[in-house]
Design a protein around this ligand. Structure first.
Ligand SMILES: Cc1cc2nc3c(=O)[nH]c(=O)nc-3n(C[C@H](O)[C@H](O)[C@H](O)COP(=O)(O)OP(=O)(O)OC[C@H]3O[C@@H](n4cnc5c(N)ncnc54)[C@H](O)[C@@H]3O)c2cc1C
Ligand code: HEM
Length: 406
């Protein structure tokens, strides 16, 4: 809890801090990366920085946390921390880095808000920051302990065993320990971070969901290459750095830096029906969950819904069908925007996912992964059908701007 005095000041200043927090976050990153260029080069995702995505995620999280801290509706502020802590743990963030963020964040607040930052206001927001930081550090230390590593020591070097072109823009990679020793176990739905040394010397990190572990010494991931595109004003948006680097440079026998598995979107043991909904590359955690269900002989009722551009562009298409066929109570429905001339029984229709065509069990646990607009529209349809928001779990393949805007 915040002290009563700080809670009052935070409540009174939330609107002004909330309105300025985008500017504060931009000024904060500028200051921090000027003082610590190595953080921009080797830790933060510079694609997200260029797009402004990470700024909005951090800004949204602090505002959301402060709002919950001072609200009296009984919601737990820790709710917003799990995803951040797992992401931090997958990057090896440690307690000693929090004062760096604090220093530059508070300098940025003063830069943006000037004289409005009285000592009283500064001290109240200081309390919010350290409240959040301490809670994050505690969760992160717990995750490191569970993983059996020293704080932040999450990285290991793996070797590429096999690669397979899954679709025109997606390659799957099987990574293994050089001596075939066992890798730590992961929970279905989790991801690893991958760090690569780029041609300009930067060591950039991205996350990839684990699709399966073919052997105890192996992990599988699948990477969709992000192409260059035209932005709103017609300017060229550069191609994704790490996905294309992996496609063009990671071949059998090459070494790659991989973190331990993290992620809070995990399948819980339960007998409730499962609904697994994905679009495009969002299929990867779903494939991970299906491998787990098939490997453990699960008898759960499972409804699998997948949408893709076309059968030819659908990565893991055949594997998806085989995994569903291996489960005694599973059903698959696919939607393709461009169906071509073929049609099979489990393809419901050409076009986008239409939940009117399927029956969603009322007590189902739902996992959702795909582009943000797809997830927002599916979640909206589910809620309209009286499915509780608490039963809908989702993974955003980037900074969680959805949480930030919730
Ligand atoms: C939990 C989690 C799980 C994930 N699982 C998977 C998975 O299983 N498979 C998978 O393929 N991906 C997955 N992702 C996404 C993955 O981590 C990467 O975000 C993705 O591969 C793109 O990375 P990149 O380095 O190629 O693109 P980046 O270089 O990070 O670029 C990201 C975006 O920013 C744009 N951009 C880059 N530079 C600029 C600029 N100067 N101005 C404007 N825009 C710019 C790019 O065009 C691109 O659209 C996951 C992400 C998360 C968080
Ligand atoms: C109270 C302090 C902090 C808050 C509120 C915070 C918040 C966040 C949030 C909301 C995200 C995005 C999570 C997601 O949706 O994927 C994030 C990611 C991240 N954080 Fe923090 N963070 C804090 C401290 C730190 C510290 C101390 C460091 C280390 C210097 C750090 C480094 C990172 C990095 C590298 C990412 C991933 C960025 C990316 O890939 O674009 N954070 N943080």
């Amino acid at each position: 809890m915040l002290s009563t005095k700080s809670a009052q000041v935070v409540k009174a200043t939330l609107p002004v801090i909330g309105a300025a927090i985008g500017d504060i976050a931009t000024a904060f990153y500028k200051r921090m990366f000027t003082a610590h260029p190595e953080l921009e080069r080797d830790l933060f995702n510079r694609g997200n920085q260029a797009q402004g995505d990470q700024q909005s995620a951090l800004a949204g999280a602090i505002a959301a946390y402060a709002t919950l801290l001072v609200a009296e509706d009984g919601r737990d502020p820790l709710e917003v921390l799990a995803r951040i802590a797992h992401k931090h743990a997958s990057l090896g963030i440690t307690e000693d880095q929090y004062p760096i963020v604090h220093e530059h964040l508070f300098a940025a607040i003063v830069e943006v808000l000037g004289d409005a930052v009285t000592p009283e206001v500064a001290s109240a927001w200081d309390e919010v920051y350290w409240h959040m930081a301490k809670a994050l550090v505690t969760i992160e230390k717990g995750l490191y302990a569970e993983t059996g590593v020293a704080d932040g020591d999450v990285w290991r070097t793996l070797v590429l065993r096999r690669r397979l072109q899954e679709s025109p823009d997606t390659v799957s990679f099987v990574l293994g320990t050089p001596d075939r020793s066992a890798l730590p176990e992961h929970r279905p739905g989790q991801y690893v971070s991958i760090q690569v040394a780029l041609p300009d010397g930067a060591r950039q990190i991205r996350q990839y969901s684990l699709t399966h572990a073919p052997e105890a010494s192996e992990w599988g991931i699948s990477v969709k290459a992000v192409p260059a595109s035209r932005g709103n004003a017609g300017a060229i948006v550069p191609a994704g750095e790490v996905s294309n680097f992996l496609h063009h440079n990671l071949f059998e026998g090459d070494e790659v830096r991989v973190s331990a598995p993290f992620g809070e979107l995990v399948l819980q043991e339960s007998a409730s029906p499962l609904v697994l909904i994905s679009a495009g590359i969002g299929i990867t955690p779903i494939i991970g969950i299906l491998h787990y269900l098939a490997g453990t002989g699960s008898k759960r009722e499972v409804l699998v819904l997948h949408a893709d551009r076309s059968p030819a562009r659908h990565a893991h298409r055949q594997e998806l069908k085989e995994l569903v066929a291996a489960l005694p109570s599973a059903t698959l429905h696919r939607w393709y925007e461009d169906l071509g001339v073929r049609s099979t029984r489990d393809v419901l229709s050409a076009g986008r996912v239409d939940l009117e065509l399927v029956e969603i069990p009322a007590d189902a646990t739902i996992f959702l992964c795909g582009p943000l607009p797809f997830m927002q529209s599916v979640r909206h349809s589910l809620i309209e059908r009286d499915i509780s928001g608490a039963d809908i779990h989702y993974e955003v393949f980037g900074p969680d701007k959805w949480m930030a805007s919730a």
